[in-house]
Design a protein around this ligand. Structure first.
Ligand SMILES: Nc1ncnc2c1ncn2[C@@H]1O[C@H](COP(=O)(O)OP(=O)(O)OP(=O)(O)O)[C@@H](O)[C@H]1O
Length: 307
């Protein structure tokens, strides 16, 4: 997959305070990039710079292989976004809001409006004024507006904020569909790890304006498998028993007296019984493994974690 968006040493200073520092971010074509950070970490500021709503103090942004400048109207036309809460003309209907938006963007494909409303399941109520919409409906309308112009890249700032579980689930499947069926690349920010975990292909973690992690989700999951740790004075014997008697190959020796077993579907009881029956002394045997939550908390508080 090629690179669709790339920032290089992106920096923003507000009132003499650096709130974004040297962010190097790479979003690949076709992926869902989850942008994770606590409130105030700098997600919105980064996304505002990507959409030219504010100007970087330093660094560069490249989108679709071109440098973003004040005059990059062609680049912006190929993008859709919801930054902070989507704002609408409340007394106008959903349809009228989208029509106005298309006019403003110089996009004249009327059929695309209906399709976008279909996608977010608002077609049947598109003649209702937006003031009567629930938060979830507004959020979906915001997405419809962002996708009517058929963008290649969609930036969504905390799209699930304030939604109920049903609304969240609907949006999650919508994001997956936009990515898989429409080939749209998505950048989705959130402060909720569980959300990012379920949809992202890559996760970027921002903390106090610094991008402290940028890793494929698969790798994060791989790093966090559970294991059973055995501490034994008979390490060599234990290894022999594991392989020859218990048929386990998925383990790692991590010290003079310690090994970790990553084998799935084997209980602590089975392992301890197997070892003891074969004359291996056990000092300790415990199930371990950090959850994703631990992983990200460590990475936020410890400035990066590496397996
Ligand atoms: N216009 C501004 N003037 C001064 N400081 C600002 C401005 N906009 C943002 N900041 C500061 O920049 C930092 C990052 O804010 P930002 O809104 O990007 O964070 P965030 O991760 O999006 O959090 P949230 O989800 O709460 O919006 C914060 O300390 C914020 O106070």
């Amino acid at each position: 997959m090629g690179t669709l968006l790339k920032t290089t040493r992106l920096t923003k200073v507000f009132d003499g305070k650096e709130v974004i520092s040297d962010v190097d971010m790479t979003i690949r074509q076709g992926e869902i990039y989850g942008f994770l950070g606590l409130n105030g970490a700098g997600k919105t500021t980064v996304m505002k710079m990507m959409t030219n709503l504010i100007k970087p103090t330093g660094g560069e942004i490249e989108i679709f292989g071109e440098k973003l400048t004040e005059n990059s109207y062609e680049i912006l036309k190929r993008m859709g976004s919801i930054i902070e809460y989507p704002v609408f003309y409340d007394r106008l209907t959903a349809l009228e809001n989208l029509e106005l938006h298309c006019e403003y963007m110089g996009f004249h494909n009327k059929a695309a409006i209906g399709e976008a409303l279909d996608l977010v399941q608002l077609r049947n109520i598109d003649r209702k004024p937006v003031k009567d919409f629930s938060l979830g409906m507004r959020q979906r309308l915001g997405i419809a507006r962002a996708i009517t112009t058929r963008p290649e890249l969609l930036l969504l700032d905390e799209p699930i904020n304030g939604l109920d579980p049903v609304g969240i689930k609907e949006l999650r499947s919508l994001f997956k569909m936009l990515s898989k069926e429409y080939g749209i690349t998505l950048l989705i920010s959130s402060h909720i790890l569980g959300e990012i975990e379920q949809i992202a292909d890559t996760v970027g973690v921002i903390s106090e304006g610094k991008l402290i992690e940028q890793v494929p989700m698969d790798e994060v999951r791989g790093r966090n498998t559970e294991y059973i740790e055995v501490v034994t004075p008979d390490l060599n014997k234990a290894v022999y028993v594991l392989e020859s008697e218990l048929g386990m190959r998925n383990y790692k020796v991590v010290g003079d007296t310690t090994l970790r077993i990553y084998e799935r579907g084997v209980s602590q009881a089975e392992i301890s019984k197997g070892l003891l029956l074969n004359g291996v002394q056990i000092e300790a045997l415990n199930k371990k493994g950090s959850s994703l939550e631990d992983y990200f908390l460590q990475s936020i508080h410890g400035g990066g974690v590496h397996a």
